[in-house]
Structures are given as C-alpha cells and as structure tokens.
Design a protein around this ligand. Structure first.
Ligand SMILES: Cc1cc2nc3c(=O)[nH]c(=O)nc-3n(C[C@H](O)[C@H](O)[C@H](O)COP(=O)(O)OP(=O)(O)OC[C@H]3O[C@@H](n4cnc5c(N)ncnc54)[C@H](O)[C@@H]3O)c2cc1C
Length: 332
C-alpha cells in the first residue's frame, strides 16, 4: 500500500455506464476511472460489436427515455465525428407488440402495423410468424466503437488493470492505495454488489449466437416468453440472435462457460427464426439484473450507483451517463 492520494470524482468500472458518466462529467469535474480489466473486455456486460437501439417499449416512460437518449446519441456522434447508430428497420412480433405500437403512437414516434403478407414480400426471411409492428427508428449500435469513442472523448484519466477492493462515499481502496475523493461512483455491472452489497441485483450468463444469414435483414424482437431477438452486423452477412433472460444465474467471479441448456434454447430459437442458418459462434455475456428490469440509478450510502441494467441499457447509455453525472453534481 503506497498511501492515501486525492481525487475529485472516482468512477469504478470502465464499461458503458462508467465511461458514459465520465463523458457527461467532462469539463465539469476531474474524473478518474478505475477498470479492473480492460475497456471492452470479454467478460464485461458491454462487450461485443453490436446492440439494438429502439424506441419501442410497452412502458411509455421508456419510450420517452429512448427518445431523449436518441438525441444524446446524435450529439455524441456529432462531437466525435463517427457513426455509432446504423439505422435498421425492426419487426416487433408477439403479445407485447400491440402495447409497443400504442406507446409509440402516444409518443408521436413513427411505427406501422405490417401484415404477415407484407412481411413475406418485404422481409421474406421473417415470413410465417404472423403480423408485426414495423419500427423505422431502430438502429444497430456499434457497441465496441461506442466504448472507444466514450473513452477517447471523456477527458478522464483511465487506469486499467486496477481492481477496487472497497468503497465508501469518499474513499476507494485498491491493493496499492486508498484514494480520497469528493464523489465515488460505482458502475461495476454484475460486480457492483460485491462493492455495494445493498444493491439488489443478480447476475445471469446470457448466450448469443452468431449465424450466417445473408445481408440486409431487419432487427427483430419476439415479445414471447422468453423473448427472442436478432440483429444484423452492419456491412456483413452475420446476424446475432439471442434469447433474452435465457441463461443461468452465475457468480460473476467464477469462470464463464457456455451452459448446455442455454445453448440448446438458442439453437431452438435459431431453428425457429432463421432455419438452416449456419451457427458460426456462441458468445456469452453477463446480465446484471434487478427483479423488475428497472435500472438502479441512485445514491446508496452516499455512493452514486449505476447498475442493474438487466440486459437493455446500451441504448440508454448517454442518458444514464447524464443522470449519474447529475447525481454527482447534485451531491457537490
Ligand atoms: C448478450 C447481451 C446483449 C445485449 N443486448 C442489448 C441490446 O441489444 N440493447 C441494449 O440496449 N442493451 C443490450 N444489452 C445490455 C447492455 O449491453 C448492458 O446493459 C450494458 O452494457 C451494461 O453496462 P455496465 O457499464 O453497467 O456494465 P459492464 O459493461 O459489465 O461494466 C462494468 C465494468 O466494471 C468493471 N469492474 C467490476 N468490478 C470492478 C472493480 N472491483 N474494480 C474495477 N473495475 C471493476 C468490470 O470489469 C466491467 O468492465 C445486452 C447485454 C448483453 C450481455
């Protein structure tokens, strides 16, 4: 232990939420980000090349949040001069589709009902699954490029391979030092609970299959139980397909290994949605879940916590960064 050092704001975790918070504080506070691995590492919840952006939620509050996030994504793209969102049509199937349509219409967001016959003509790979809602404001987010962009434009000091052992409202302890800070933010994904035990989250290991399915396919979501979704990889013939909340509970400190029954569920979903597509790879990625899928964005024992993103927060990244930054500024 080399002693006590001083900092303004320390953020624990260099995933999407930590970097977005650092970016939102740029120019307002001096920020130090501590990441126990590397930005974009394979065990983190933000890793991989793509995520879905969509306005379509059954809950109108999430539609409003996604609309606000959309503006912030545009601002980030303009600031960095890079494209992060690739506009891609989305088909929304299943029991929640009507409520999604109603919430989008109430928010004035464009959406159309599309019949099974029209799907067969316009999106033949998705024929045979009934009517759907066509969302025209969805996009594929370049996830890895987003992390790189936030890292490059957050103006923070970032230290990788630094594991935080303990925190309180004004201290962060690593193996080498104790940092005294005006504000401490924890955005440690599924590891948050080991630092702030009262945060009610659980980790699961989710499985995504990468298949060769041809270029130009839409995003799709089937709001069945369990929900299944898929998205193209821009500029390639690869398509990612996954079962939402289809993986087992895990201890995030242990090795991650593919779960045979989750892989079987994934293969079943591929057979249903893209029959005959060649499975190229299965990737595993942790979800950091709350009981109701709502995010934790709050002050806990004086520590600002962003966690519990429950497998659907990437689209809200810049907005969650703003909200967490505001909690830091409010506490000052
Ligand atoms: C397979 C999959 C598909 C998804 N698809 C979508 C989608 O299509 N659309 C969407 O909106 N969202 C999606 N999500 C959700 C989204 O990716 C996550 O909600 C989001 O990336 C979580 O970011 P985070 O910063 O909270 O966590 P993480 O990215 O896990 O970051 C936490 C970081 O904290 C670090 N850390 C932990 N403990 C410590 C410590 N003690 N000291 C220092 N550092 C520490 C970790 O190493 C990690 O890098 C998906 C998630 C997965 C897994």
């Amino acid at each position: 232990m080399s002693g006590v050092t001083q900092a303004d704001v320390v953020i624990v975790g260099g995933g999407l939420l930590g970097l977005a918070t650092a970016h939102a504080l740029h120019g307002r506070r001096d920020v130090l980000v501590l990441e126990r691995d590397t930005v974009g590492h394979a065990r983190g919840g933000s890793h991989g090349s793509t995520r879905i952006f969509r306005l379509g939620y059954t809950d109108p509050r999430y539609v409003a949040r996604a609309q606000r996030a959309s503006e912030l994504w545009r601002a980030l793209e303009a600031e960095a001069g890079v494209q992060l969102l690739h506009p891609t049509p989305q088909l929304t199937f299943g029991p929640g589709a009507d409520a999604v349509f109603a919430a989008l219409a109430a928010a004035g967001a464009p959406a159309e009902r599309i019949t099974a016959a029209a799907i067969a003509t316009r999106f033949p790979a998705f024929a045979g699954h009934g009517d759907a809602v066509l969302e025209t404001t969805s996009a594929v987010i370049a996830a890895d490029r987003t992390l790189a962009t936030l890292r490059a434009h957050c103006g923070a000091e970032l230290r990788e391979h630094v594991r935080v052992e303990r925190v309180d409202a004004h201290h962060v302890e690593t193996a080498d030092e104790i940092i005294e800070a005006r504000a401490v933010v924890v955005c440690a994904g599924p590891w948050t609970r080991s630092l702030v035990p009262s945060v009610p989250t659980t980790a699961t290991l989710e499985h995504a299959g990468c298949v060769r399915a041809g270029a130009g396919l839409p995003i799709f979501i089937d709001f069945a139980e369990p929900a299944v979704y898929g998205l193209p990889t821009p500029g390639s013939d690869l398509y990612k397909l996954a079962v939402h909340h289809g993986g087992p509970a895990i201890d995030p400190e242990r090795e991650f290994a593919a779960d045979p029954s989750a892989v079987a569920g994934l293969q079943h979903a591929i057979e249903k949605w893209l029959p005959g597509a060649e499975l190229v790879q299965v990737d595993v990625c942790p979800y950091d879940n709350t009981a109701d899928d709502n995010f934790v964005v709050e002050r806990v024992d004086g520590i600002v916590v962003g966690a519990g993103t429950s497998g659907h927060a990437f689209k809200f990244g810049p907005l969650l960064g703003e909200q967490l930054a505001q909690l830091v500024l409010d506490g000052a």
